[in-house]
Write a new protein. Structure first.
Length: 118
């Protein structure tokens, strides 16, 4: 089961509950590994005075996604009897988030602040 979930091409074809739980566990561990990076990304891309607002906004957006995602996923599964659309949609949202992140550049003031501190 774990070997099946480790192959990216097979993630979209999970159609049994055990396979779904295997993939969900893997995604959970991966997500827990990325959470601490949010503070680092925010620190590098936003001024200090905005950090609380940005971290709060990202936590709120994450909470909304984690609360509505299972509901929408269940509705999609009930309608289509497949998890494929959920995996494809998740992949697309992740790609879009990466593209948005690539658009951010560190503030020049932050670079000067880091140079003085070092």
């Amino acid at each position: 089961m774990v070997r099946h979930a480790a192959r990216p091409g097979c993630l979209a074809s999970v159609n049994r509950l055990a396979g779904f739980y295997t993939v969900a566990t893997a995604v959970g561990f991966i997500y827990a590994g990325t959470m601490p990076l949010y503070a680092v990304i925010i620190r590098e891309n936003f001024p200090l005075r905005m950090m609380g607002t940005i971290i709060g906004g990202s936590a709120m957006a994450g909470s909304l996604g984690m609360s509505t995602g299972p509901l929408l996923g269940g509705l999609i599964y009930d309608r289509l009897n497949s998890y494929t659309l959920m995996y494809v949609g998740s992949w697309g949202m992740g790609l879009a988030a990466m593209l948005v992140l690539m658009a951010f550049r560190p503030f020049p003031a932050r670079e000067a602040e880091l140079a003085r501190a070092g």
